[in-house]
Design a protein around this ligand. Structure first.
Ligand code: SF4
Ligand code: SF4
Length: 297
């Protein structure tokens, strides 16, 4: 199935200092039949002047800034710009580097983000289809159905958008510590602690899920994450870690979730339950009392 609009659209790739991970994946959209952009009525252009859709990879390094801006300026309007991968969307792991001038949106009008590090071919084709739709909408053109490779089977352990189960979180913040992309932030609030995870910085590496002691963070296999640049900082995972009152002193604290105890103790442990209801201070006091009980002086 191909786009039946009157004229084909042309894509142009700009490497703004990427590690080439996204660029390697993008070659699939030309070299592998089921991911071929030709199914969307698109072709890759040799020069920016021929293109209507720009796919930009990399965080916009200082070294390449002038060349990238010149290439982009060479293209006539209207055009649609897609930030491909975490670097294009937010600079990813290179954020705050002395060698980076990005993120792209500082210098270029970005329309869409395709998250990932790199995005898988289905996600790229999905994002390019969104760019085609956007371009044709802007031109007031009819929108024929677009082919998509999105229906192919998703591998079982594919790492996609993270999910957060706040009720299972113990608030240890290990996830934020191991996240190289700096995608996770904790905010201390009066009523407890809140986690926010920005998808535009997430590489879907899975480290947070791997090190999370209670299974509160997991990675789904949802790879359809293309979104408008205007929503880039709203596309988040968010949750407030619940607090409960200490059964002794009534102070609010985060009790160990049952899943953490199950993992730590290898099963349910009824005698632990009263301790679980105590805040750290009361638990310490209780343990000291317990340890010194019966000690003769
Ligand atoms: S999967 Fe987790 S650790 Fe990896 S980048 Fe995303 S939030 Fe950070
Ligand atoms: S999500 Fe997991 S690793 Fe992160 S603070 Fe909660 S329990 Fe700790």
């Amino acid at each position: 199935m191909s786009d039946t609009s009157s004229h084909p659209l042309h894509l142009f790739r700009i490497n703004a200092g990427s590690c080439n991970g996204c660029d390697v994946e993008l070659t699939v959209t030309e070299a592998v039949e089921r991911f071929d952009v030709a199914t969307l009525g698109c072709h890759y252009a040799d020069t920016p002047e021929q293109a209507q859709i720009f796919l930009i990879t990399g965080p916009l390094t200082t070294r390449l800034r002038q060349e990238v801006l010149a290439l982009y300026a060479a293209a006539p309007a209207p055009k649609v710009t897609v930030a491909v991968g975490a670097c294009g969307a937010s600079c990813g792991v290179f954020r705050d580097s002395y060698a980076v001038s990005g993120p792209l949106e500082k210098e270029i009008t970005v329309d869409l983000n395709i998250p990932g590090c790199p995005p898988r071919p289905q996600a790229l084709l999905d994002g390019i289809a969104a760019a085609v739709r956007l371009y044709r909408q802007r031109r007031g053109e009819t929108l024929p159905p677009l082919a998509s490779a999105s229906d192919v089977a998703v591998p079982e352990r594919l790492r996609g958008a993270p999910r957060f189960a706040a009720a299972a979180c113990v608030g240890c913040r290990v996830c934020a510590h191991v996240c190289a992309g700096g995608a996770i932030r904790f905010d201390d609030k009066e009523e407890g602690v809140a986690l926010t995870l920005w998808e535009n910085s997430c590489t879907f590496c899975g480290l947070c899920a791997h090190y999370c002691p209670s299974g509160a963070l997991t990675l789904s296999n949802d790879w359809r994450r293309t979104h408008p640049q205007s929503q880039s900082y709203q596309q988040t995972v968010h949750g407030e870690v619940p607090q409960s009152p200490c059964s002794d002193c009534d102070a609010s604290f985060t009790a160990a979730p049952p899943e953490l105890l199950r993992r730590a103790l290898g099963g349910t442990a009824a005698p632990i339950e009263p301790l679980r209801q105590l805040c750290p201070d009361c638990r310490r006091r209780h343990n000291l009392t317990f340890a010194t009980r019966g000690v003769k002086r």
